[in-house]
Design a protein around this ligand. Structure first.
Ligand SMILES: *Cc1c(COP(=O)(O)O)cnc(C)c1O
Length: 387
């Protein structure tokens, strides 16, 4: 059976070119970048080359990049690192209601340590209103963290505008750009950010490697204690192969990103149009145009996201949902609740995200099968019968 992957927001396959670039760093060039002999220096050069590639790609300077183990670590580092560095200045942090768990859970942790967290709400499209950020600021605010684009509904936030507000007030501004780096243009100066998180496995690089951009002069405490790697900002032996893979993945995105986004926007808008036309009682979640090129999120009334996923999986189609019926919590996604969906609609959500290795015929196959699956499930649904 052919298997089609529509879950690029969860992770992407590693590009074979990336894999090829990484390969030598496991055996031939296995040195520790902190060693001063030639084995070490060879590995160090590879790490520094990747740092330059990444910095140049986002308008940063190489020494403003710290390599980490991924988006989760970068987000924890940004929040906890700034919170503890500025503890004497203030204890208030502002985040949005639709951040990734790597932000919301880090914020909850800080709340238990005595910090105050304000969750700024979003409108029905998932957009943060910069005016609401302005209103939430107090003289104790030390950090604002708003994601660039949401991983569930794809909404792209007015980051540059929020960054301008933060800068005028002298407050540090962090953005979780894990969903945007490698997909749409990301420039730390145009976005007015002081800190920015990214993760390689979301843009065709390997899992377990990412980076935090830290604008020069930003006060931040170290998050991992140990050796003095990354100029004392992040201990632990460099993941050389991973960092090389990240750099190669960035080079490929630089080359392909604009063209891919154009194609994907076409698929996105076609899917939105045709799903809305072919299936009754479906609602698009997220903003119609201020959204990631590769993201679609629908709530499909009268059925459960989980059962749609399982039925589509039997047809070889992999998608995702914001429903959490079979997981430990019965609560649906906090993102879907924050945009005002009822529990029923939130449980009926379906996220389709595509990427580099999809083709037009994958989209056709999905469009052919999704309405059938919905019809089958609705026929079995007590909610639908009562309609
Ligand atoms: C995937 C993701 C993360 C977590 O990144 P990891 O590298 O998997 O830890 C954080 N934020 C967003 C928006 C994501 O999509």
């Amino acid at each position: 059976m052919k298997r089609l992957y529509f879950d690029y927001a969860a992770t992407t396959p590693t590009d074979p070119e990336v894999l090829k670039a990484m390969q030598p760093y496991f055996f031939e060039k296995f040195g520790n970048p902190s060693s001063i002999h030639s084995f070490g220096q060879e590995a160090k050069k590879a790490v520094e080359d990747s740092r330059e590639i990444l910095a140049e790609f986002m308008g940063a300077k190489p020494d403003e990049i710290v390599f980490t183990s991924g988006g989760t670590e970068s987000n924890n580092f940004a929040l906890k690192g700034v919170a503890y560095a500025l503890e004497s200045k203030g204890n208030h942090i502002i985040i949005s209601a639709i951040e990734h768990h790597a932000i919301t859970e880090a914020a909850k942790f800080l709340e238990r340590q005595g910090f105050k967290i304000t969750l700024v709400g979003v409108d029905r499209y998932g957009l943060v209103n910069p005016e609401d950020i302005k209103k939430a600021i107090t003289d104790k605010t030390i950090l604002i963290s708003i994601m660039h684009a949401n991983n569930e509904i794809g909404t792209i936030q007015p980051i540059a505008e929020i960054g301008k507000i933060a800068r005028e007030k002298g407050i540090y501004f962090h953005t979780d750009a894990v969903q945007t780096v490698g997909h749409i243009p990301v420039n730390v100066n145009e976005l007015n950010v002081d800190l920015l998180s990214l993760s390689a496995h979301k843009f065709y690089g390997p899992k377990g490697v990412g980076a935090l951009y830290i604008r020069k002069g930003t006060r931040i405490n170290r998050f991992l204690h140990g050796g003095d790697q990354e100029k004392g900002r992040r201990a632990s032996t460099h993941n050389t192969a991973g960092i090389v893979g990240l750099g190669r993945a960035i080079e490929l995105c630089k080359e392909k990103m604009n063209e891919e986004a154009l194609i994907q926007r076409g698929w996105r808008d076609r899917l939105i149009k045709e799903i809305s036309a072919r299936i009754p009682d479906v609602f698009l979640n997220g903003h119609p145009s201020l959204r990631l090129p590769n993201n679609i999120n629908f709530s499909i009334k009268y059925i459960e996201g989980e059962s749609m996923i399982l039925h589509l999986d039997m047809l070889g189609i992999a998608v995702s949902t914001g429903s959490a019926c079979t997981s430990a919590s019965l609560e649906p996604s906090h993102v879907l609740l924050a945009i005002g969906l009822s529990h029923e609609l939130a449980h009926g959500s379906l996220r389709i995200t595509f990427g580099r290795y999809n083709t037009e015929s994958d989209i056709d196959y999905l469009l052919e099968n999704l309405p059938k699956v919905v019809e089958t499930l609705r026929k079995m649904s007590p909610l639908y019968e009562k309609k």
